[in-house]
Design a protein around this ligand. Structure first.
Ligand code: LLP
Length: 432
């Protein structure tokens, strides 16, 4: 299932997404507008349940909520029986405020602040993923102060490159994240955690990067991590309870790019770990995965209204829309490629090649280069696909742009789950 299959064209020649005419959505709710299919999010959670948590015993799936988080989304994830990973006090606060069961929350981050850690301890979250030595000391001190013993995994950098954009690759040795497998940093960290009376060392974690299409990268990481489990057993005589293999599973973004089903990633991870645990004579621990993008990206589209159009003869035709890098910075940051369709001209022939530009005062504010499209004019509605992950969550107020509303759609019905920011909102924190 991907957003292609969520889409139909009605008799007005308009794109219909999850049963809703998107031109009508744009008219009713304004643009730019994030539109997220609730059913698609749920379907994806269920696919993970079917092919991971139900297929393999002693496994757990977390949603990496940095991809997109909101009260409404945390509720859906909870209803689908998944846990979450959070990376900041803000994500943690939102989840807890929304009633998400704290015991199913994993807390990541390479520089959690004392206040964030206190908030997490106060709410008895399920697990901390400790990133570095400084954090071991900090967590021990704060847990001691609160008179609690907290469960923790150690994040390991397995030295495996995900072969993705450098900015979203995290598993290689030169990374700001985690205890390097080199120089026995990982084992030293584990020893230190084991010596902390207020920390319950429960296992290890790795995350090799994001938007990964190579299942081999997970096979390599699985081998490295099981070798570590073997060394932990030899050095400390313990069998770890959990091995968290992170997220990063690549999604369909544009036709020419390859596409790997999550089942292939899951089977590669589980096949490798089960085989390696048996070869290395260790009990297979609980295996955790934490996809973000795979759950959210293809469930979302963004609607824009076309405004100024400028053709530089023989060079390029720019079509400007009423949003841009403030609601989707991913092309500017990672040269991400998106698909888009003119929602009110869905059946018209694509006779032009245009560049979709945002409205920020910044030459790099481009959403899509070289899009094949029908002849566009001001007032057209452009639907950009695959924007459910890392769009709303990375949106900013640059140029004092207001963040768009986010609506969830299901069976032809729409519900605003995050309202559009107003100019008053922009002044909310200002004091004179
Ligand atoms: N677990 C950990 C520890 C992570 O750091 C991440 C993502 C995930 C899980 C989820 O990865 P996913 O399944 O969503 O690929 N802003 C970038 C992506 C940054 C990802 C950071 N960590 C982008 O827009 O592509």
């Amino acid at each position: 299932m991907n957003t292609k299959e969520l889409t139909a064209i009605n008799d007005k020649g308009h794109i219909v997404f999850e049963g809703c005419d998107v031109v009508e959505l744009a008219n009713k709710y304004g643009t730019p507008l994030y539109v997220v299919s609730e059913s698609e999010i749920r379907k994806r959670c269920r696919r993970i349940q079917k092919y991971f948590t139900n297929k393999y015993t002693d496994t757990q799936a977390l949603y990496a909520s940095k991809a997109m988080s909101s009260l409404a989304l945390y509720k859906i994830i909870e209803e689908e029986g998944m846990g979450i990973d959070v990376v900041s006090g803000g994500e943690l606060y939102t989840a807890i405020h929304g009633g998400f069961p704290a015991g199913n929350i994993y807390f990541h981050g390479n520089n959690k602040t004392p206040d964030e850690i206190r908030l997490a301890i106060d709410h008895n979250i399920g697990c901390f993923v400790i990133d570095n030595e400084y954090e071991i000391d900090l967590l021990q001190t704060l847990a001691f102060e609160k008179g609690k013993k907290v469960k923790a995994l150690l994040r390991i950098t397995p030295g495996v490159a995900g072969h993705t954009h450098a900015y979203i690759s995290t598993g290689q040795v030169d990374s700001k994240f985690g205890f390097s497998i080199q120089d026995d940093m990982a084992l030293k960290g584990i020893k230190k955690a084991l010596d902390c009376p207020n920390i319950h060392f429960a296992g290890v974690h790795c995350h090799i990067g994001s938007q990964i299409y190579r299942t081999e990268a997970y096979v390599e990481a699985g081998k490295v991590m099981t070798t570590l489990l073997q060394r932990i057993k030899q050095e400390f005589g313990i069998v770890v309870e959990e091995l968290n293999m992170g997220g990063g599973f690549g999604v369909f973004d544009y036709e020419e790019n390859k596409h790997v089903d999550i089942i292939d990633f899951i089977d590669a991870i589980m096949g490798t770990i089960e085989e390696q645990c048996s070869i290395k004579d260790i009990n297979r621990p609980r295996i955790i995965i934490e996809p973000g993008r795979w759950i959210a990206a293809e469930a979302g589209i963004t609607l824009y209204t076309v405004g100024a159009i400028k053709e530089i003869k023989g060079v390029r035709k720019y079509v400007s829309v009423d949003g841009g890098m403030t609601d989707n910075p991913r092309h500017a940051l990672y040269q991400a490629v998106y698909r888009a369709f003119v929602a009110n001209k869905a059946e018209e022939p694509k006779t032009e090649i245009v560049t979709i530009a945002g409205k920020c005062c910044e030459s790099g504010d481009i959403l899509i280069r070289n899009l094949k499209a029908p002849v566009m004019e001001a007032g057209d509605i452009l639907a950009v696909y695959g924007t459910g992950a890392y769009n709303y969550s990375m949106a900013s107020n640059y140029n004092r742009m207001t963040r768009p509303a986010l609506i969830m759609v299901k069976d032809g019905k729409a519900k605003v789950t995050i309202r559009r920011e107003s100019y008053e909102d922009l002044l909310r924190y200002e004091l004179l």
